[in-house]
Design a protein around this ligand. Structure first.
Ligand code: MSP
Length: 521
């Protein structure tokens, strides 16, 4: 496969909040995709960061007796620290208060003004103060004039503002949704957006005058740029697209357009409608896909600090301590709300999945096979084929099975179907278990004359596990590395298509026994 670029982004997180499972979840999804794409050999850029302007940050800072910048610095550092803590391999961390970002945002907005896509006008509408978002009459009515997030009443607000001419882009947006049905995924989210087109798109205010913590409008510093416009630009300022003389531009501009903007469902409108329209106005290519996942709820209810079911960083850390980092990642990726419905985080379910998938499947199979290799072959990989001996058990044509899994895995990962990709690897491991039960190597071991057959069976087991673990490495990177090191196999460094080909395990190399996932009470 030829080398290509892949660019994946998380939303940039508000600094007036502390990191929690939601932020860790989205960032972990992007991390799995980024690792998988690196292992395929693509050139990957994985961006995350913090959204630091806006009235909420200004107010929180005031309440705490801090300057907004000091609060932003403090909380942004906390978001940055989760990257290291959770083994997340982002390539850059963008902050909207950085001079690189602010300068470019002003350049882009100046361009929009110049082209007439931004103009000065008066606006009246229903405003959600918590979300800093306006609702149309129809949507406000549907929401019973209450914020869908905080439940607080929407307020009628009038503003003299700069507007972005969103209405002028309705036709092109509709065409985009029509010709590229995968622009917004999953498809239920796409339908949600299409439904709102019927209302007719209205121009959106993109400046504010009621506070000052933001990027000043070019040529009118009584206005600051609306935090959402400022924030959306992060995806291209981080690549230097607004400053062609910058190092960022030199090093990163080739990554645009993004492969995936991964977001939560609550910020779909900004990403699926406003953002492409702004890009159209700037004559920039559009991202390939906005992937909007659903939400984690906790123990059957919306997460809330007062209900005591809030999964903050301390709770996340307690899981990692009790189980391990890879178990945490595995649970998030395979049981999370990647699809159209919310997912419930339930402690007992975590334990069940850990036991069933990691202890009893991955852990058991790898320990069983490495133990048998130690017991019957002194920890040395036997040859698969020796003269006549090649074991074919009906239904287990391993080379074909593994090749198919690799192909499926690759296309699922490319398509951001992370659960499906993971399932390909898990399927191979479950098959190894069935194969062991069918061929009963422990019985063959009792018969001297069956040594070669026994060797061939165990070769097929360790080789399939090697391939399966390569495929699992984006999700459980530490445990797969531990395993690959224990069997003296190559780690994946951007060449999975070759490495995961049948025959990679070398007869004669040594194998240590592994115990990857201990049982947890
Ligand atoms: N700053 C804006 C995004 C600007 S992007 C140009 C923002 N920030 S946020 O801090 O509120 O983060 C929102 C994101 O956090 C969601 O879109 C989602 O990725 C993640 N989550 C927050 N709560 C979540 C859950 N309960 N479950 C899953 N993810 C959720 O919005």
């Amino acid at each position: 496969m030829s080398k290509q670029t892949r660019y994946v982004t998380t939303p940039i997180y508000y600094v007036n909040d502390r990191p929690h499972i939601g932020h860790v979840y989205t960032t972990t999804l992007c991390d799995v995709y980024a690792r998988a794409m690196r292992s395929v050999g693509h050139d990957v850029f994985f961006l995350t960061g913090t959204d630091e302007h806006g009235v909420k940050v200004e107010q929180s800072a005031l309440e705490k007796g801090m300057t907004p910048q000091a609060l932003a610095d403090q909380n942004s550092a906390e978001f940055q620290s989760i990257m290291g803590m959770f083994n997340l391999t982002s390539d850059a961390f963008i902050r909207t208060t950085s001079s690189e970002h602010t300068k470019q945002v002003q350049t882009f907005v100046a361009k929009l003004l110049e082209r007439g896509d931004v103009y000065l006008g008066t606006f009246e509408g229903w405003y959600d103060e918590g979300q800093e978002e306006y609702h149309t009459e129809t949507s406000a009515r549907e929401l019973e004039y209450k914020s869908p997030i905080s439940g607080k009443p929407l307020v009628r607000a009038t503003e003299n503002n700069y507007y972005f001419k969103l209405s002028a882009y309705q036709g092109r947006l509709e065409q985009l949704f029509e010709t590229n049905p995968a622009f917004v995924r999953p498809s239920s989210r796409r339908n949600e957006v299409l439904g709102r087109f019927a209302d007719g798109l209205q121009d959106v205010p993109i400046s504010r005058t009621n506070f000052s913590w933001g990027i000043p409008m070019p040529s009118n510093d009584e206005h600051v740029i609306y935090v959402w416009i400022d924030a959306l630009f992060n995806y291209i300022t981080a690549l230097g697209l607004g400053d062609h003389a910058s190092d960022w531009y030199k090093e990163r501009s080739e990554f645009w357009p993004a492969s995936y903007h991964v977001i939560g469902k609550e910020i779909l409108w900004f990403h699926a409608v406003i953002w492409p329209a702004v890009l159209m106005a700037l004559e920039l290519p559009l991202p390939n896909c906005i992937y909007a996942h659903s939400f984690w709820i906790s123990e059957g209810k919306k997460m809330s600090k007062s209900l005591g079911n809030f999964i903050d960083l301390a709770t996340v850390e307690s899981y990692i301590e009790k189980y391990n980092m890879d178990a945490w990642r595995y649970y998030l990726v395979t049981q999370g709300p990647l699809g159209a419905t919310d997912a419930d985080f339930v402690a007992t379910r975590f334990q069940e999945i850990y036991n069933a998938h990691l202890v009893n499947t991955v852990g058991n199979s790898t320990s069983r096979v490495t133990a048998m290799l130690n017991k019957y072959f002194d920890g040395v990989v036997p040859p698969e084929v020796d003269g006549e001996t090649r074991v074919e058990v009906t239904g287990f044509d391993w080379p074909t099975k593994c090749e198919a899994a690799l192909l499926q895995w690759t296309s699922a990962m490319e398509a951001f179907e992370l659960t499906k990709a993971t399932e390909e690897a898990m399927g191979l491991i479950r098959d190894v278990d069935l194969f062991i039960n069918d061929t009963a190597p422990f019985t063959l071991a009792k018969d001297e004359s069956k040594q070669k057959e026994l060797g061939a069976i165990l070769y097929q087991c360790i080789e399939t596990l090697r391939i399966a673990m390569l495929l699992l490495s984006p999700v459980i990177p530490s445990k797969t590395e531990e395993f690959l090191v224990a069997i003296q196999a190559d780690l994946c460094i951007g060449n999975i298509q070759e490495l995961a080909r049948w025959g990679g395990a070398q007869p004669g190399s040594s194998v240590s026994k592994v115990a990857l996932f201990p049982r947890v009470k």
